[in-house]
Every structure is written in structure tokens, then in C-alpha cells.
Ligand binder design. Structure first.
Ligand code: SAM
Length: 380
């Protein structure tokens, strides 16, 4: 049985494991990811479906890398002809820790040429179409053991295809999905982000509430794996609106639905007008309907009697040190006007988190762009 691996910054593994469990997949938590039993088709399906991971990988083999010869023997015995299209562009990424093979450039060069050699003469499934997406093969060597994995996305999964513009310090879309999961927001009560920037949390929330794919338009490397590629001729799309995302192997692409009126209010605000416009444009590209207003934090009002506030507040590290007042105002306004709303926010500074409310509890810690951050909660 082959395995898949869902990658996430350390500290958020349990969020990814919970999403997998919700999809009926039991995983084993490792630092920085969750490993699960799955074949190529299942890994491809999960890459197309999951909201929280940064990457979904297909582990294709593992074994000794004590020497160049040992790694060469491992690489040569893997079934490259059935794993990779013979004409696909290939990028090999190598990491090495506590191992004899520590010169990454040498390993990259030799693995690349061995894989290219091994897939020569493979059957070309559809001679008319050359693969368009680069295949990424990760070679991870730890304590002289190499694990080789293909990246099902090809590029990071936070790139959904709808956020083509962003304000200052945008949050990665998969991390926004993690925050919503930590807030236990499932789309059945109101959502409000009073520092919404480019709208990432709100748009992820609206797609979740509508049970829609998080992806608008992007390619996935796994769609060009021989084991999962649609049969010749099946790639032709039906006439009609553009698909929401490349469909997993064997499935017809779903047409992009018209923006759904959300069943619950999904609203946000920001005091920077161009950013508000960016959020609305991103929502349009994602095909969701959200309400975003141009408001100072001090002027916000709840859009419903109860609900959840989820926000990525400005951090000192990224936006200068003048942010303390934002935290005090955020806490005061929520206590005054959002009584009994659940509040979840992310910040890089524990002391600033306490300025929001004395009662805050930390739900998770992880690193974002190298900066340690905490996810905090309290009941307003
Ligand atoms: C870290 S960014 C949020 C980024 C957002 N999560 C995204 O993905 O684009 C913080 C946002 O808070 C807004 N902001 C800062 N101070 C504010 C205030 N006093 N009132 C309203 N918005 C404020 C900024 O304009 C900025 O867009």
C-alpha cells in the first residue's frame, strides 16, 4: 500500500488530521504533516478537495540513502513509467539531515537524470497533448533514509486561483481554512472579520459554507499522472461555464455555480478602502457573495445576534509597531457589541493578545513566514 502525506506548519497537524478524518481517512500525525494510507487516485482526490494542507504528497518509495549507489538502486527500482508522463517537466527538490549524502546539488542532478532515463520509452497516453504542469519530486533524506514523494498539487495548495490581488500581509488561504477549523466554524452561524484585508478568511468561509471546492482555477500536477489522468478523449470539457477547479481523475469537471446567497451572514470590514475593493474582487473571482464594508474597527456592528468573529489582526513585525491600540479597541468593541460571539484571532505577540481580553486562551501555535504566531480565543 502506498501512502499520502498532507503537509502543514508544525503546530497545526491536528487540524489537518481532523479534516482527513472528516473525509474518512485515518492519518498518523508527524511533525509538519499527517501520513495516511492511500493510492495515487486517492491522493489526487484529496489534493483537489482538502482546504487545510499546504501540500498533499504521494510517497512513491523509501529506502537506504547511505551512499550514492544505495540511493541510485532505490530510484531505479521505482515504476517511473507508471508514475510520470514521459514528457512532463520534472523538478527535483532535495533536503538532507544527519545523512552521508549532504550535497543537495549532486543528489538533485543524479536523481533527475536517473528518473529521466527510467521513464524513457514509456507509453504516451495522448500524443496530442503535452503535459503543461511541472512535476515536483521531493527527495527527503533523514538519518540516511530517503523518502521520495510526488507533489500532487505541483504548486502550493494555498494558491486557490481566486486571490490574484492582496492587501498588506495577506494570510495564506489554507491557513485561513485552519483558523476557521480551530474556531469550529462550519457555516451554520454568522462569520465576521473586522480586519478582513483581501477577504481571505471570509472567502474561504463562504466556499466552506457552500460546500464548494476551495479552488477557482488552477492546475494540479496529479491530473497528469498516468495512474490518474482521465482516459484519452475524456479531457474535453462540456460546453458551458468554466469549471471551479480541474476535476479529480475520472470525474467530469463541475461547472462554476452562480454566486450563492449565503445562508448565514458572512461579512467583514477594513479601514483601508482599496483593500475593501480587493476583497470584493477576490470574492467575485471565487464566485461567492460576501458583504464587505469600509469601516474603522471602532465603528463595526454585529451582522447577527450570535456568530463567530475570526480575524488576522495586524502584527507589529509586519506592519510597524503602532498596532497596540488596535488590540485594545478590538477587545472593547467586541465586549460592548458582540456579546456571546465566539472570537478567534491570530497574532504574533502574546502581550498584544492579552490586551484584547484578559481571558484569552491559546488554541494553537505555529510559524507563519518564519514568525511564531498564536491563535487565541475568548467569548465576547
Ligand atoms: C494582517 S492584515 C489582514 C490580512 C487578511 N487576513 C488577508 O488575508 O488579506 C490586517 C488588516 O487590518 C486592517 N486594519 C488595521 N487597523 C485597522 C483598524 N483600526 N480598523 C479597521 N481595519 C484595520 C488593515 O488595513 C489590514 O488590512
Amino acid at each position: 500500500m502506498t501512502h499520502g502525506y498532507a503537509v502543514i506548519p508544525p503546530g497545526l497537524e491536528s487540524v489537518v488530521a481532523a479534516e482527513l478524518a472528516g473525509l474518512g481517512v485515518e492519518g498518523e500525525v508527524h511533525p509538519g504533516g499527517v501520513r495516511f494510507a492511500a493510492d495515487a487516485a486517492k491522493v489526487a482526490q484529496l489534493a483537489h478537495t482538502m482546504r487545510t494542507p499546504a501540500q498533499v504528497l504521494l510517497e512513491v518509495g523509501s529506502g537506504s540513502a547511505r551512499s550514492t549507489e544505495a540511493l541510485g538502486a532505490l530510484v531505479r527500482r521505482l515504476p517511473w513509467k507508471s508514475l510520470l508522463h514521459p514528457q512532463a517537466a520534472l523538478r527535483v527538490e532535495v533536503s538532507s539531515r544527519a545523512s552521508a549524502l549532504r550535497f543537495r546539488e549532486n543528489v538533485t542532478r543524479s536523481v533527475t537524470s536517473m528518473v529521466r532515463e527510467a521513464r524513457k520509452g514509456a507509453f504516451v497516453p495522448d500524443r496530442g497533448s503535452r503535459p503543461k504542469v511541472e512535476q515536483v519530486l521531493q527527495v527527503r533524506i533523514v538519518d540516511d533514509v530517503a523518502t521520495l514523494s510526488l507533489d500532487a498539487g505541483g504548486e502550493l495548495l494555498h494558491r486557490r486561483g481566486w486571490r490574484t490581488e492582496a492587501g498588506k500581509a495577506p494570510m495564506r488561504e489554507n491557513l485561513a481554512a485552519c483558523l476557521l477549523a480551530l474556531a469550529e466554524w462550519d457555516g451554520t452561524d454568522a462569520l465576521y472579520d473586522p480586519c478582513c484585508g483581501s477577504g481571505t478568511l471570509l472567502i474561504e468561509g463562504a466556499l466552506l459554507a457552500a460546500n464548494r471546492s476551495p479552488f477557482a482555477s488552477r492546475s494540479f500536477a496529479c491530473d497528469e499522472w498516468p495512474a490518474t489522468a482521465p482516459a484519452k478523449g475524456a479531457a474535453a470539457r462540456p460546453r458551458g461555464p468554466a469549471p471551479t477547479a480541474r476535476a479529480p481523475a475520472g470525474r467530469s469537471p463541475a461547472p462554476r455555480p452562480a454566486p450563492l446567497p449565503a445562508r448565514v451572514p458572512i461579512c467583514g470590514s477594513d479601514h483601508h478602502l482599496p483593500t475593501v475593493q480587493t476583497a470584493l474582487q477576490n470574492a467575485k473571482r471565487a464566485g461567492v457573495s460576501i458583504r464587505v464594508e469600509h469601516l474603522e474597527l471602532n465603528d463595526i456592528q454585529p451582522p447577527a445576534v450570535v456568530g463567530t468573529v475570526v480575524s488576522n489582526l495586524p502584527w507589529g513585525e509586519r506592519l510597524g509597531d503602532q498596532v497596540g491600540g488596535v488590540y485594545t479597541t478590538f477587545g472593547r468593541v467586541l465586549r460592548e457589541r458582540f456579546a456571546s460571539w465566539r472570537v478567534v484571532f491570530v497574532t504574533s505577540d502574546n502581550r498584544l493578545a492579552k490586551r484584547v481580553d484578559e481571558r484569552v486562551e491559546c488554541l494553537a501555535r505555529f510559524k507563519n513566514g518564519g514568525i511564531p504566531v498564536g491563535v487565541w480565543t475568548f467569548l465576547a
